[in-house]
Design a protein around this ligand. Structure first.
Ligand code: GLO
Ligand code: MG
Length: 344
């Protein structure tokens, strides 16, 4: 049994398409995914605005709220919470060149409209968190955008959201690249700086995704620690990643168990979750898998977190202190590896 409450999004059970190939599995209806999430022991669901309200561009604000109400009822049936709503600003014809930092004023306006509607949906779903994964807020052609002006635009967009609703919390999910080449907000440090520049820093935090930190050449546990030091770790997206290449969203721990252990350790040591934070699993099943196996990666990831929590409970802090006092870090490292391999 874990100390954490887990969530995932509908996109974590997906059709298997990648940049070079079509879908290999049939789409599963949202209700079926939600039922399965409950069965897997998740406590909540993460949503894109259009996961909750498909086709929202063509709908009035009233219609959007009514549709969101149906999702609220669905969640209630399965006793699941909504963790957050994220405006999906990377799929739309209006946001080919980005949302808040598009070179087109009309597209920037559209991005804000979607952000406001995400807040409306979040209210109906009973949650107060908006996630901004700033997918296309950067450049493919470095000279195509003014980077200073666009960092300020990001701050303005967050301010507009904070003003739109005085209870909403905005969590920025940094990622250095993919689908764009150069992001305007690639790491936790950038998120902290943007947060500090907004009209209400207490309501602007970070979602740290393991794979995104690795893609930036950084250590996910230290990135989490950095946000924790500012009391600004609003959520995490645990997963794994084999080096600096395309975003893989592998099952948690599948590549680097020690790195996974240190993520669980920093979360446990800092009582993550005690303020209602969830542990999100932003994992994707391999393209090769048949439909029957397409929840296995979520179950595996939960299991790995639970097993690593046990390792954290067994971690010998006295021995660590002795090693530190003697500056015997080789002994400490050897101990950690034996602990992880079940030899102590
Ligand atoms: C992709 C992101 C993505 C977001 C999700 C929520 O790299 O990790 O999965 O977490 O869309 O905004
Ligand atoms: Mg993510």
């Amino acid at each position: 049994m874990s100390r954490f409450r887990f969530t995932a999004g509908p996109w974590n059970v997906h059709e298997g398409a990648d940049a070079f190939g079509p879908e290999v599995r049939a789409s599963i209806p949202l209700e079926e995914k939600v039922a399965k999430f409950a069965e897997l022991g998740l406590s909540g669901v993460q949503f894109h605005d259009d996961d909750a309200v498909p086709g929202l561009n063509e709908m009035t604000e009233g219609e959007i709220r009514a549709e969101a109400g149906k999702i609220r009822a669905l969640l209630d049936r399965y006793n699941l919470a909504a963790e957050f709503v994220a405006p999906r600003l990377w799929m739309d014809p209006h946001t080919v060149d980005g949302g808040f930092t598009s070179n087109s004023a009309e597209d920037r306006e559209f991005a804000l409209w979607r952000a406001y509607r995400s807040i409306d949906i979040a209210r109906v779903l009973g949650c107060n968190k908006i996630v901004l994964w700033l997918a296309r807020e950067g450049t493919l052609c470095a000279e195509s955008k003014n980077p200073v002006e666009n960092v300020r635009r990001l701050i303005d967009a967050v301010n507009a959201m904070l003003r739109y609703d005085d209870r909403i919390e905005v969590l920025i999910e940094p990622k250095p690249n993919e689908p764009i080449d150069r992001s305007f907000c690639p790491t936790t440090g950038h998120v902290m700086a943007i947060s500090a520049a907004t009209v209400d820093p207490a309501r602007v935090g970070c979602v740290l995704e393991s794979a995104h930190a690795i893609l930036a050449g950084l250590d996910p546990a230290n990135e989490m620690a950095f946000a924790l030091a500012f009391s600004k770790l609003g959520s995490v997206h645990l997963n794994d990643q084999n080096g600096m290449k395309f975003d893989q969203d592998k099952s948690f721990g599948a590549e680097n168990l020690r790195q996974a252990f240190n993520q669980v350790k920093v979360l446990c040591e800092n009582n993550y979750g005690s303020r209602g934070e969830f542990v999100g699993l932003d994992v994707k099943v391999m393209r090769t898998q048949r439909a029957e196996a397409c929840y296995q990666h979520i179950a595996n990831s939960i299991r790995v977190v639970e097993m690593l929590e046990k390792k954290v409970e067994r971690f010998d802090y006295d021995y660590q202190a002795k090693c530190v006092a003697a500056r015997d870090y080789e002994a400490l490292e050897g101990y950690v590896l034996r602990l992880l391999l079940g030899d102590v």
